[in-house]
Design a protein around this ligand. Structure first.
Ligand code: ADP
Ligand code: MG
Ligand code: ZN
Length: 502
């Protein structure tokens, strides 16, 4: 089905109610794999980080990665889940070349964490609770590269290459309960949920959760039911969506597509679908039966996982402040609106601003420099603001120089430019470039006198009470001092000299 045959989003929502289910896979940042000691470092030669266990050789035995279990428990606790007192791994049997064991070690009916929720904040500030069904431990598969075709897909390829470095890297799969009641905001909820989950995972320090690197990916399940109906419709499952924007687009597209199919009297197939970045569409993948028969059975080579209650409580006590709570706290401390905080988040500078304040800057100036000058620079260069060659301490120093009157904003921007250009610390840049506000009253007074003498007509206007005309003289003084004067002080001096008060 092509895009032109879709039902408009508004029309779809007028008739149907969307139901969503989000399955998110997070690759943990452990040093070694989930069931063997192989390294998880990225970028190594293909197949150099493998061993008999992750290659599924006969006779090899897996051992559970303790940090993997700890990370899973932390995630479960942060999602307000119950933590199993005792649970097992299970074999999920299927054949695919990227999985040399012919089964994936996963968890089935005994997940380590279950029954939780995550509150997500929508753009207008409303909080929506997404209920969590389960979070379970499993392992990643290898990576296949299909060579010889035009599209990189297996169709049309002449051969495929397999890299098992990724096989066995720990994954946590987090599955929501069916999300109902979001209505037209379903795509926004999906995006906000994945965004919140990503922040949470990062705050826990269990993964960098970089979606563009596949460290976090989302399957979007979606179905429609006629408004007012009880029974869920048949779902489609759009696999491996790997950006926040794509999660939103995929949900939106599926709503429009389902509505078109249902409206024309058709049936939705329970199938997996692929998402296409170029036009935001999805296309059919493989048909899914009601319950795929993976012949799950408990993994006989691994002992059960039985996290002691003491340990779980210890981990709970050590949890960091949840991102949403922290954001709301900072928003109040900084005295900014929901909308302004959203911009800070979008710019990716919340931690940088926090660090700048910790280094001594006041909230308003820390936010001003990171949001204005620096976020723009990062954006222009297409890099993350954290990658800019300036530290929060340096930004705090610039803010301090402005606060004590040694720099005005214009000069401060030049200092920042200098730091970014590698000319050293703010003070060094000030010295080298000679960027100091002319605060020597004598020099300033001379400049003011010259400006008055050079513009007698304007001076007369001001004397006559047209105080607004002072701007022109301030401009003249600023020009004469190459922007290095404190404009407010200059204005004061001009009015003083001309004997007018405001
Ligand atoms: P599978 O492994 O087949 O994908 P899961 O139960 O792991 O099944 O995940 C299915 C996801 O879809 C869950 O998030 C679940 O809440 C959600 N879901 C189940 N039924 C529906 C439905 N009819 N419409 C939308 N989402 C659904
Ligand atoms: Mg699924
Ligand atoms: Zn291995």
């Amino acid at each position: 089905m092509t895009v032109t045959e879709l039902v408009s989003y508004e029309d779809a929502l007028a008739t149907y109610e969307p139901v969503m289910g989000l399955e998110v896979h997070v690759e943990l940042g452990t040093k070694t794999k989930m069931f063997c000691g192989c390294s998880t470092a990225l970028g190594a030669e293909p197949n150099s980080q493998t061993c008999p266990t992750c290659l599924g050789m006969p006779g090899s035995l897996p051992v559970v990665n303790a940090v993997g279990v700890e990370s899973a428990v932390k995630i479960g606790l942060a999602l307000h889940c119950e933590i199993a007192e005792w649970c097992r791994f299970a074999r999920k049997n299927y054949f695919y070349p990227d999985m040399p064991k012919n089964f994936q070690t996963s968890q089935y009916d005994e997940p380590i964490a279950f029954n939780g929720y995550l509150d997500v904040q929508l753009e207008d500030g409303e909080v929506f609770r997404v209920e969590i069904e389960r979070a379970h431990m499993e392992e990643d598969t290898g990576k296949s590269t299909h060579v010889g075709g035009a599209t990189g897909r297996i169709h049309g390829a002449s051969h495929s290459l397999l890299d098992y470095n990724r096989a066995g890297i720990p994954l946590i799969e987090i599955v929501t309960k069916p999300i109902v009641g979001a209505g037209e905001r379903a795509p926004e909820v999906a995006k906000a949920y994945v965004a919140e989950l990503r922040e949470l995972i990062k705050a826990l320090g269990v993964s960098e959760a970089r979606m563009e690197m596949g460290q976090m990916r989302c399957d979007v399940n979606l179905s429609l039911r006629p408004k007012g109906a009880e029974k869920f419709g048949t779902r489609s499952e759009t696999k491996n969506v790997n950006s926040l924007r794509s999660v939103e687009r995929a949900a939106r597209f599926e709503i429009q597509r389902h509505a078109a199919v249902l409206g024309a009297g058709g049936t939705i197939l329970q199938e997996t679908r692929h998402f296409h970045e170029e036009d935001g569409s999805t296309t059919s993948g493989r048909i899914k039966e009601e319950a795929e028969d993976y012949r799950y059975f408990p993994e006989p080579d691994l002992v059960p996982v039985a996290p002691s209650r003491e340990w779980v409580e210890e981990l709970r006590a050590g949890l960091p402040e949840l991102p949403r709570v922290r954001r709301n706290r900072l928003r109040e401390e900084w005295g900014i609106s929901e909308h302004e905080m959203q911009s800070v988040l979008n710019a990716g500078v919340i931690d940088l601003i926090t660090a700048t304040i910790e280094a001594g800057a006041d909230a308003a100036s820390a936010r001003k420099w990171w949001m204005g000058e620096l976020a723009r620079r990062a954006n222009e260069e297409g890099i993350d603001p954290t990658a800019l060659p300036i530290t929060p301490a340096q930004v705090a120093r610039v803010a301090a120089l402005v606060a004590e009157g040694a720099l005005n904003d214009k000069l401060a921007r030049q200092v920042i430019e200098g730091v970014l250009a590698g000319e050293g610390d703010p003070d060094a840049v000030v010295d080298k470039r000679g960027l100091k506000v002319v605060s020597d009253e004598g020099a300033l007074g001379t400049a003011v006198d010259e400006a008055i003498a050079g513009n007698p007509a304007i001076a007369d206007k001001i004397r006559g009470g047209k105080v607004a005309a002072a701007g022109a003289l301030v401009g003249a003084v600023m020009k004469a001092t190459r922007g290095q004067a404190d404009a407010a002080r200059v204005r004061e001096l001009i009015l003083e000299r001309l004997g007018v008060t405001e």
